[in-house]
Structure formats: structure tokens, C-alpha cells
Write a protein that binds this ligand. Structure first.
Ligand SMILES: [Zn+2]
Length: 149
């Protein structure tokens, strides 16, 4: 699947479909779409097939889409999570939760270091390592550095 872009889920469980992707799929409000939970993500079908397997939603006038609570819970998508949009075909795309979000700056990067189940980006890691020398080796920083070796 080809990468189309990213968006962020808000406190109401809504995410903004970026303009370029709305244009690509002709998603002018009040366009109805169908959502399917599958493969640890959500397929967004812009051609509703009425198979009644999915959940029908409407894109609002701001280009936002509310992700059903049930799907969010299954996927552990929470406020401020970054969601990747991937091209499936000319009528559908895929929403994939990206948990590779830096614990400190909340930005998403393709390569990050994992320390104790948390991702950290290179910028924040460098900052942390820089501080390590300034604050004279706290236990937690010492452990992080050991893990990186
Ligand atoms: Zn960071």
C-alpha cells in the first residue's frame, strides 16, 4: 500500500482527511463512506456496497471523519495518535494507527529507538543524551544508554 499522508485523531475521535486525499477520492461533504475494521486498521470504502459489514459514516463539512468508538477501542487509538493513510485502490484507502510516535515530542518518524516499550526520536534522544552529561548520570539515563549498546 502506498503512503498518502498522516493525520491526527482528536479528543472526539475525529480525524481530518487531508485535502489532497479528499480530492483524490472525491470526498466532498456530505459524502458517505463505509468503514471496515480489518488488518489492525480501518479500510475506508468510498463506494458503498451495502454489504452491511461495515459502518457507514459521513464526512463532515470540515473534511472530518468520526471513527466509531468500537473501532477505536479495538485499535487502541487515542487522542493525538497519528494515523497513516495508505492507498489501496481508486475507491478505497486504509487507516493505520502509527504507534511510532515519539513519547516526548509526539512527532512521528520512520526510524526511532525503542526504550522500555516507548519510542523516542533521534532529536529527543540527542537532547536526553546531552542532558545525561549535564545532570551527571541518573540511574534511568544510565539504563537507557546500556539498552542502546
Ligand atoms: Zn521526539
Amino acid at each position: 500500500m502506498q503512503f498518502l499522508g498522516t493525520t491526527r485523531i482528536n479528543h472526539e475521535g475525529r480525524l481530518l482527511i487531508p485535502k489532497n486525499i479528499r480530492d483524490l477520492y472525491h470526498l466532498e461533504p456530505p459524502k458517505k463512506i463505509e468503514l471496515f475494521y480489518k488488518d489492525h486498521g480501518i479500510y475506508v470504502m468510498t463506494n458503498i456496497k451495502n454489504t452491511q459489514k461495515g459502518i457507514i459514516r459521513t464526512i463532515n463539512w470540515q473534511g472530518r471523519l468520526t471513527i466509531p468508538t468500537r473501532y477505536r477501542q479495538k485499535l487502541s487509538w487515542e487522542k493525538d495518535n497519528i494515523i497513516e493513510l495508505l492507498y489501496v485502490d481508486s475507491t478505497s484507502f486504509f487507516l493505520r494507527g502509527d504507534h511510532r510516535v515519539c513519547t516526548f515530542c509526539l512527532k512521528s518518524y520512520t526510524d526511532m529507538v525503542m526504550i522500555y516499550d516507548k519510542y523516542i526520536c533521534d532529536d529527543c534522544l540527542q537532547t536526553a543524551l546531552g542532558k545525561k552529561y549535564m545532570i551527571n548520570q541518573t540511574t534511568s539515563f544510565k539504563n537507557c544508554v546500556t539498552d542502546l549498546d
